[in-house]
Design a protein around this ligand. Structure first.
Ligand code: GN1
Ligand code: MG
Length: 371
């Protein structure tokens, strides 16, 4: 189905004047649609949910329905009572014209949705400096507050096995058994180096899973993908205003969000850097992020939670590097790529970041102890 016909099924007022690819997501396909009428303009986001990644796109939409309903109610109540220090926002699902549904399924079985665009705000692919990092922390902390009292039972697991690092190791081991992976590995020094890096850190993969199994850590609602370009910053005030990309919100460890946000925000070179010398963990950005996060969500953290913050910072770049590397060896079927070496390079970046964190362990732990 042509995109303009597809989007026309959703209830947006005005005439469609532009529909263009948007953002840098690695999973879903995203477009910006602009509508105009004689007196105003409306901008919305059209997305195809990646069926290859999310086994049940309908479940993703059912979850999004519940999450946005819960959060919008809470946001409105806080605003009405004057409990908020700014306008916190969250995208809204735009319904279809005919049936008032949350999504459309095309003839290929792909699920499409339209959501509102948070206007006068932007997300960045890399941290812009400490003030930006602090606002990213505030936005994630406030999001954790928003979802903290959601009933996890009403959500369907969006992505079974997501952020279970031991599962990614098992998948990696299975991939290594294949002929294609063995060839890629034997023909590249860089790939061999990545494999060695993983071998030396198998135990790291289990740090949070063990603490969870032992009852030291407890699951709460988490975002699942709080990387820097999923955090919207208000153009006017420079303050964090919304978390986007709600597909992976589910019960899990908030540590995963904490570690994932820091691995993304504290690497000023970004995920696609090819010059590894530029990749490092920037502690000033980390301190700024934590300041923003703690102000919004510090009260939720127990002493046991705090004991595992360093591990989470070290684990998440390792896990993502492992996921990129496994996908490279497996023929690049999960993350979108524009050239065959891209996932290998992404893995190099994450592993370098992990090394940089390890080299700064004492200093990072000292800073975390002061939070
Ligand atoms: C994917 O969709 P996007 O680009 O925000 C991935 C995350 C990774 C991220 C790395 C569902 O996120 O887990 O951290 O790429 N999302 C999924 O850029 O796998
Ligand atoms: Mg995503």
């Amino acid at each position: 189905m042509e995109l303009s016909i597809l989007i026309n099924k959703f209830n947006v007022k005005g005439r469609l004047v532009s529909l263009t690819p948007f953002g840098n997501g690695n999973i879903n396909d995203t477009f910006l649609a602009i509508y105009r009428n004689t007196f105003t303009e409306t901008q919305v986001i059209l997305q195809r949910v990646n069926r290859n990644v999310f086994p049940k796109p309908e479940a993703i939409m059912a979850n999004m329905h519940e999450i946005t309903r819960h959060c919008h109610e809470k946001l409105e109540a806080d605003a009405a009572a004057g409990r908020d220090d700014r306008v916190w926002q969250m995208p809204r699902i735009i319904k279809t014209k005919d049936a008032g549904e949350d999504y459309v399924t095309d003839e290929k079985g792909d699920v499409w949705r339209v959501i509102t665009r948070i206007m006068s705000a932007h997300a960045f692919d890399v941290a812009q400096g400490p003030e930006h990092a602090q606002e990213c922390g505030a936005a994630l902390g406030h999001f954790h507050y928003l979802i903290s009292d959601m009933d996890p039972a009403i959500l369907i697991d969006p992505l079974p096995g997501f952020h279970i690092t031991s599962g990614y190791l098992a998948k990696y081991d299975a991939t290594l058994e294949g002929e294609g992976a063995r060839e890629l590995l034997s023909s590249s020094m860089e790939a061999k180096r990545m494999a060695k890096f993983i071998e030396e850190r198998r135990d790291l993969a289990l740090c949070l899973e063990r603490a969870l199994a032992a009852g030291e850590l407890k699951k709460r609602m988490f975002h699942g993908d709080p990387k820097v370009n999923n955090i919207m910053i208000d153009d006017v005030t420079g303050k964090g205003t919304a978390m986007i990309d709600l597909d992976t919100v589910s019960p899990g460890l908030v540590h995963l969000d904490f570690g994932d946000a820091l691995r993304s925000i504290c690497n000023p070179a970004g995920e696609e850097e090819t010059n590894l010398a530029k990749v490092m963990f920037d502690e000033d950005l980390a301190t700024a992020f934590c300041k923003g996060y703690m102000k919004e969500a510090g009260a939720f953290l127990t002493d046991a939670d705090r004991n595992y913050l360093y591990d989470s910072i070290r684990l998440l770049p390792f896990e993502l590097g492992l996921r990129f590397f496994q996908d490279f060896l497996n023929g690049n079927v999960y993350f979108k790529t524009s050239h065959p070496q891209q996932n290998l390079n992404r893995a190099r970046v994450q592993f370098r970041l992990c090394e940089s964190i390890e080299a700064r362990e004492r200093s990072i732990r000292n800073s975390l102890a002061k939070l």
